[in-house]
Design a protein around this ligand. Sequence first.
Ligand SMILES: NC(=O)c1ccc[n+]([C@@H]2O[C@H](COP(=O)([O-])OP(=O)(O)OC[C@H]3O[C@@H](n4cnc5c(N)ncnc54)[C@H](OP(=O)(O)O)[C@@H]3O)[C@@H](O)[C@H]2O)c1
Length: 278
Amino acid sequence: MNKVALVSGSNQGLGFALVEALCKNLGTDASVYLTARNPERGEKAIRQLRDQGLSPMFHLLDVTDTASVASFAETIRTQHGGVDIVISNAAARISRDVAQSEQVETFVNTNNHGTFRMIGAFGPMLRDNARFLVVASAFGTLRNLSPNLHEKFDVTTRSLEDIERLMDDYVHLVEAGQAEEHHWTEWINIPSKVAQVASTKIMARLMREEASRRGILINAVCPGLVDTEASRPWFDDMSSVQSPAQAAVDVVWLATLPPRTDTPYGELVQHRRTLPWH
Ligand SMILES: NC(=O)c1ccc[n+]([C@@H]2O[C@H](COP(=O)([O-])OP(=O)(O)OC[C@H]3O[C@@H](n4cnc5c(N)ncnc54)[C@H](OP(=O)(O)O)[C@@H]3O)[C@@H](O)[C@H]2O)c1
């Protein structure tokens, strides 16, 4: 059966490089979906890849919009019946010039609730030997959070909905200027990435038996530092930083692990190595 792959937030940055690499890796028989929340930016990205002789498909996808995610999932279901590779990559950027309290709601809605929407829409549609990845970060481990908060991220007992509510509470604390007195970091990227990894681990726990039987792998992945619109404003010199195409290599390795591979499963993986959760 021809492979079906999709990447959220893939009109630029790492997502674009992932679509490019998947098109090359999976060959012309595969259906690789480049998705974007903005049609013009999406079509521009599609043209860039078609100019290289690649044949990505295009679909609009705004991960903050439940109806948009459901509509894309319905397209995949009716056109293909299922999906082999899902990379939940879309992320809001943090602006240096805007207070964290003014960005946190959009940030969490995109990066966390967006991940939740992708899990809910595409988890039930995974084919045998599918690979489901959430692009997170090495920041997304418990060691980056106060021990006072670790129990809230107990991935052996918590539900996906628990993490959703926890992140809504976090948004309210940041907006009220009370994050630090409740042991959270003010810097919104860390709690958000920890929650993304937690949600991935919980999805993996909930699907463990079926995934094992059907050869499915579910993991979070850190691409390392990548030269993109998201990272560039934070560094003076990006000359030694990975390009998106370089960073895509290890992510695509994880997304294309061959059938009968049973590890890594439910892990955060960076450059082909598992990072400890605690
Ligand atoms: N860059 C790094 O150094 C680095 C390091 C560790 C982890 N990561 C992770 O890697 C992933 C990709 O990051 P990146 O650096 O490539 O970021 P980026 O260049 O800012 O690209 C983010 C992509 O997500 C899209 N997006 C934003 N909001 C969306 C929404 N509501 N619905 C759908 N798509 C949306 C953006 O679309 P627009 O073009 O319309 O804004 C863009 O295509 C993120 O999860 C990030 O946290 C990056």
